[in-house]
Design a protein around this ligand. Structure first.
Ligand code: ADP
Ligand code: MG
Length: 633
């Protein structure tokens, strides 16, 4: 029994919720008002206090400049990315915003970044949970859309941290919804998650293998959802009012707000009743009344819900699947309560969708399931779900004992990435690949996962081999590292299980360490890299002295170069980065003419039909770590 509660949180565009595991089943924790959903609205009241949720909603109408909503759309995004959003949403950006700066949104006369605003929502959920448990809540699993990129995920984590929550894991929303239905228990199959919320539509196709969910395709429309239905009904009502009562209320904020509440109520009623009544008091003692039948409602919304068909078909196509290959369909989002939407989904995927759980709660419920697994579920499931994302970065050791990350932490798996390297020494025939896990800059501070050699590389001058190192993590979390020298076709590979034997706590510690040592690591890495550069120059210079170009320099030039060479040799093994840097730059400067002369010689030799490369090579097996090389081709 743990006294440390871990909650699951759905941080939604329209609504947010917090849930936890009560015995064997996940349960949503209500707020003080008894409601499960906390609208993702943040406002500043008259006393400049932050208000969140239902209480903040009225500010959207009364003092819209003091309230914000849909902030999820801005998470982890730059000014350029949100240009389109700004046209559709009344976000007020800070006046003094500089380009390249993190977005800041105005609420009243204050400005907040999107993670700070989301943190207000998270803090409210945390408070609701603490009130419910009568105990502090410090750990959470938070869900994010499957398509969220690294920056958006990081921004969500930041929001959690700002709210005082230790975010143990970010889980993809469709994965959470599938977990809530216990679909992981079926081990294998194709799952479609159809999520029609307030303002967004997401379709995800997940492949379940060995109980692990892999997102194989996503599609959707970032501006499609219940809001469109509301706006359509409002427009129809305003038309009616104009026709029947001769009133144009389209610019009457308060009347429109009242109509909005009425149509939403009617829409919700129509999900369980054959008719609904609209009854709104209007300015000037007038009144708007209308009855809407389900049939008429369904005709009205047809064009809106039809807009979900294209993305569904595309997602199937991208996944290379036919509807009959789908095993399970999960409905997510409040708007999937609409019977017509359910029928559409059933027709599209030829499966009866899961509807037992509340579609606007199912993501939070799944987050609670995940939280429970992290908190003390069985080791097996714990290990399996750990693999949903890579908890730590993976990479290799490059020359100088530096870590070169290839797959960054928090990448959803399966994941793959390729980097190119070359050799450090002339005639190097062995390249040592040392596979590392962790965030630290130096190899010795990371966890060593495996070592292998790429052997039999034909002797070539340093820098000429083109070594492709490929990392591939399959859905089972197995990492395959392969190295291939592309000019000769020599290759070698190894399989490792990166999470094997690592507890969550160890992962956390490794992350924390990397933050603690970030500055020191950076300094050391700089020194090591400068040292390596110094070695390269010194070797090149030693070689150049055998070239007749060296003798074409004046005595003064040669003396100057040798003097600077001595300086570099003297400082390069010290810890003073600036001294090494300066010595390198000065030597580079002084050998400029030498390099030009050598270039001329090389070119004229080549023109005479001789091989350009006539340096005598140290033959024989030589091993060394690869050198990063990004500038091939
Ligand atoms: P999000 O994931 O975008 O935060 P939700 O999943 O909470 O949003 O969905 C909110 C949307 O669902 C709103 O447009 C709301 O009006 C709509 N909704 C909620 N309940 C119903 C219902 N019974 N019938 C139709 N629409 C509903
Ligand atoms: Mg949602």
């Amino acid at each position: 029994m743990t006294t440390d509660y871990i909650v699951g949180i759905d941080l939604g565009t329209t609504n947010s919720l917090v849930a936890y595991m009560q015995g064997d089943s996940p349960v949503v924790i209500p707020g003080e008002d008894g409601l499960n959903l906390v609208p993702s609205v943040v406002a500043l009241d008259q006393k400049n206090q932050i208000v969140v949720g239902n209480a903040a909603r009225r500010y959207l109408i009364e003092t819209p400049e003091r309230a914000v909503y849909s902030v999820k759309r801005l998470m982890g995004r730059g000014f350029e990315d949100v240009r389109e959003e700004l046209k559709l949403f009344p976000f007020q950006l800070a006046d003094d915003l500089q380009t390249g700066e993190v977005l800041r949104i105005k609420i009243g006369d204050r400005t907040y970044t999107p993670p700070e605003i989301s943190a207000f929502v998270l803090r409210q959920l945390k408070r609701n949970a603490e009130r419910f448990f009568g105990a502090p809540v410090n750990h959470a699993v938070i869900t994010v859309p499957a398509y969220f990129n690294d920056a958006q995920r990081q921004a969500t984590k930041d929001a959690g941290r700002i709210a005082g929550l230790n975010v143990l894991r970010l889980v993809n929303e469709p994965t959470a919804a599938s977990l809530a239905y216990g679909l992981d228990k079926r081990k294998h199959g194709m799952v479609v998650v159809y999520d029609l919320g307030g303002g967004t539509f997401d379709i995800s196709i997940l492949k379940l293998h060995d109980g692990i969910f892999e997102v194989i395709s996503t599609n959707g429309d970032t501006h499609l959802g219940g809001d469109d239905i509301d706006n359509l009904l409002i427009a129809i009502a305003l038309d009616d009012i104009r026709g029947d009562l001769g009133l144009d209320l389209s610019h009457h904020g308060e009347a429109v707000a009242r109509i909005r509440n009425a149509v939403i109520e009617a829409k919700i009623a129509l999900s369980s009743q054959p008719t609904a009544k609209l009854d709104v008091d209007l300015p000037g003692g007038k009144r708007y009344q209308r009855e809407i039948s389900l049939e008429v409602f369904e005709q009205m919304i047809q064009p809106i819900i039809d807009r979900t068909v294209g993305p569904c078909k595309q997602a199937l196509k991208d996944a290379g699947l036919k509807p009959e290959q789908i095993d399970e369909v999960v409905l997510v989002g409040g708007s999937t309560r609409i019977p017509k939407v359910r029928r559409l989904v059933q027709d599209l995927f030829q499966r009866v969708p899961h509807t037992d759980l509340n579609p606007d709660e199912v993501v939070a419920l799944g987050a609670a399931v995940q939280a429970n697994i992290l908190g003390g579920g069985s080791e097996i499931t714990k290990e399996m779900l750990l693999l949903d994302v890579t908890p730590l970065s993976l990479g290799i050791e490059v020359a100088g004992g530096v870590t070169d990350k290839i797959i960054l932490r928090n990448s959803t798996i399966p994941a793959s990435a390729t980097q190119y390297y070359t050799t450090q020494v002339d005639g190097q025939t062995n390249v040592a690949i040392h596979v590392l896990q962790g965030e630290r800059e130096l190899a010795r501070d990371c966890r060593s996962l495996a070592r292998f050699d790429l052997k039999g590389v034909p002797p070539m001058p340093a820098g000429l081999p083109r070594i492709e190192v490929k990392f591939l993590i399959d859905a089972n979390g197995i990492l395959r590292v392969s190295a291939r020298e592309q000019r000769s076709g020599k290759e070698a590979e190894i399989d490792v299980q990166p999470t094997y034997g690592l507890t969550d706590e160890q992962v956390e510690n490794m992350l924390l360490e990397s933050f603690d040592y970030a500055e020191e690591d950076f300094r050391q890495r700089q020194v090591i890299e400068a040292r390596r550069e110094a070695d390269t120059i010194l070797t090149a210079l030693a070689k150049a002295k055998n070239n007749h170009a060296w003798h074409e320099l004046t005595n003064d030039e040669r003396r100057k170069v040798e003097e600077l060479e001595k300086t570099l040799v003297r400082v390069k093994d010290g810890d003073d980065y600036h001294a090494i840097r300066t010595a390198i730059d000065e030597l580079n400067q002084a050998t400029m003419r030498l390099a030009e002369l050598m270039m001329d010689t090389a070119v004229s030799t080549a023109l005479k039909g001789k091989a350009m490369d006539d340096t005598d090579m140290d033959e024989g097996p030589q091993a060394g770590h690869p050198v990063a090389k990004a500038d091939f081709e």
